[in-house]
Design a protein around this ligand. Structure first.
Ligand code: GLA
Length: 394
């Protein structure tokens, strides 16, 4: 949707002649390093050009009015700046509400109510971080409207806090980080334990990254996600009976193999194996990419998927069908699920000349086995969360 259309909608919906300011926060893909961020490991995500737009205007009173063009049936959700507690009936608006609450509680002076119109073009429930995108766009709205200087890392951590303490999903920091710090044509190698990070240029020349949406909604993703996290924490506690480690990310593969007998429960042992191996794979993959060894990078992507399928068990029939079909196609360097799993999206690095064939073949295979079609998008890696009023005015 074009900005003039959004502007017009803002004025109609909120019944005001004012011209609001425009903000944007992207979604993200993760190239490799899955379910490592709450295990003290590395992740390698990138922000994409799909994301959430927010048109916002402050008010003379304490009212907050939210409207999403993605959920028109829900209409305007209204609340008061003085009561920002989680409220089931506020539906999706709990994400911006949580962000406003925590930014305020961190001492930032938010003095007035707001009207905010949201519009997202991230496919819904696809695991490309639409919720973190809403949190982060709210962060930059507040920064802009109230002239705040919020340290970006602080904003990222508050976004994670919304997920953990307000929504109730014990997720790591990857999504808000990728969205908050995203940089055009770069992925970010982040050490989730120290929060040290570096940008890695993504220059694929003859290849593209294709996002494949299984169109399987991520049902129960929150509860299964929390269960995986608890299993890893138990495995860590078992290992800590003899090892002085802070997280699973502290272990090499060799150390893990030597001490894995300490983990009493077999399932927990498999979960921990994934966390340790995936972390090492991610560090290696970033090195391969830096050396321009795309083939080696692709192989590590494939291994990552296998590990998420067999040891972490977060893939499921739809993701496994689409990824194994991708592996068989000509010109495919590597493919894997991306994000939390349990449905959602996969990514594949594909030779430019083979894109059409790739899509057709996957479409046929997936339709035949699953009974409905997947969707495809070419990933463009764009910048992180920011105000775009001036970009829009051009
Ligand atoms: C979700 C979470 C992230 C991360 C991924 C899995 O996207 O929000 O913190 O744990 O799953 O890698």
């Amino acid at each position: 949707m074009k900005n003039p259309d959004l502007l017009y909608k803002f004025q109609i919906i909120f019944d005001t002649p004012t011209t609001p300011r425009t903000f944007f926060a992207p979604g993200r893909i993760n190239l490799i390093g899955e379910h490592t961020d709450y295990n003290g490991g590395h992740v390698f995500p990138a922000s994409i050009s799909f994301g959430t737009y927010a048109l916002a205007q402050d008010r003379d009173d304490q009212k907050l009015r939210f409207y999403s063009l993605n959920f028109p049936d829900i209409g305007i959700i209204e609340c008061d700046l003085r009561n920002l507690d989680y409220n089931d009936t506020h539906n999706w608006a709990n994400f911006p509400k949580g962000m406003i609450k925590f930014i305020r509680e961190s001492g930032f002076n938010i003095t007035a109510g707001m009207d905010i119109l949201f519009y997202g073009n991230i496919p819904n429930g696809a695991g490309l971080s639409s919720s973190s995108s809403i949190e982060m766009v709210t962060g930059v709205v507040l920064e802009g409207l109230f002239d705040l200087e919020i340290d970006r890392m602080k904003m990222i951590q508050l976004g994670q806090k919304v997920e953990n303490d307000y929504i109730g999903v014990n997720s790591g920091i990857m999504d808000q980080f990728a969205i908050g710090k995203g940089k055009k044509d770069h992925a970010i190698l982040l050490n989730s334990q120290t929060l040290e990070y570096q940008y890695a240029p993504i220059t694929l020349e003859n290849h593209v990254i294709i996002i494949i949406n299984t169109n399987k909604q991520r049902t129960l993703a929150g509860s299964k996600y929390n269960e995986r996290r608890a299993q890893c924490e138990q495995a860590l506690a078992d290992l800590q009976t003899e090892l002085p480690i802070k997280s699973l990310g502290d272990l090499t593969k060799e150390q893990f193999e030597q001490h894995k007998h300490l983990i009493k429960n077999d399932i927990n042992q498999k979960r921990a194996k994934h966390a340790v191996y995936e972390n090492q794979r991610t560090i290696e993959a970033a090195k391969k990419l830096e050396l321009g060894d795309l083939d080696a990078f692709g192989k590590l992507m494939n291994e990552s998927h296998m590990s998420l399928q067999v040891d972490y068990e977060v893939t499921g029939l739809e993701l496994d069908t689409i990824v194994s079909a991708a592996w068989e196609q000509p010109g495919v360097i590597g493919a894997r699920m991306t994000g939390a799993g349990f449905g959602g999206c996969a990514i594949a690095i594909v030779e430019k000349d083979q894109i059409d064939k790739f899509k057709n073949n996957l479409d046929n295979i997936y339709n035949e086995k699953i009974g409905y079609a997947p969707s495809f998008y070419i990933a463009t890696i764009g910048n992180g969360a920011r105000e775009i009023s001036e970009e829009c005015a051009k």
